[in-house]
Design a protein. Structure first.
Length: 117
């Protein structure tokens, strides 16, 4: 039987500082490994059992547009924090928490963040 405990993915940025602002400064992820000063800057971030890699590579970032979804039990609190402290990270169409319209029973509400890579 194959058993998996986590899925770790890589998000590419032309400027890794953009990803650090979103994931670390705004969402509270911690850098658990970094080679930010290397020629091919990258780091591993973790929070609440989630893990991801940020990597600076303009060529791949220009081609790659990942769609990431973070699940939370407190979307109102997340929205309040982001809109107050990091309004520049909200998507222009995300001026409020959008309530579920019955499309998916387990998806209650959401906000959009800018996919700036």
């Amino acid at each position: 039987m194959m058993t998996f405990t986590k899925l770790q993915f890589t998000v590419f940025y032309a400027d890794i500082k953009v990803g650090l602002e979103l994931f670390c400064d705004c969402l509270g992820f911690l850098i658990t490994y970094d080679e930010l000063n290397s020629e091919n800057a990258f780091c591993v971030l973790e929070k609440d059992g989630l893990s991801l890699i940020l990597q600076q590579n303009k060529e791949i970032a220009d081609l790659d547009r990942p769609q990431l979804r973070l699940h939370t039990e407190n979307i109102e609190e997340v929205y309040k924090h982001v809109s107050k402290n990091f309004p520049q990270l909200l998507h222009p169409n995300s001026n409020k928490v959008v309530k579920n319209r019955g499309v998916r029973k387990n998806l209650h509400s959401w906000i959009l963040l800018k996919p700036v890579l």
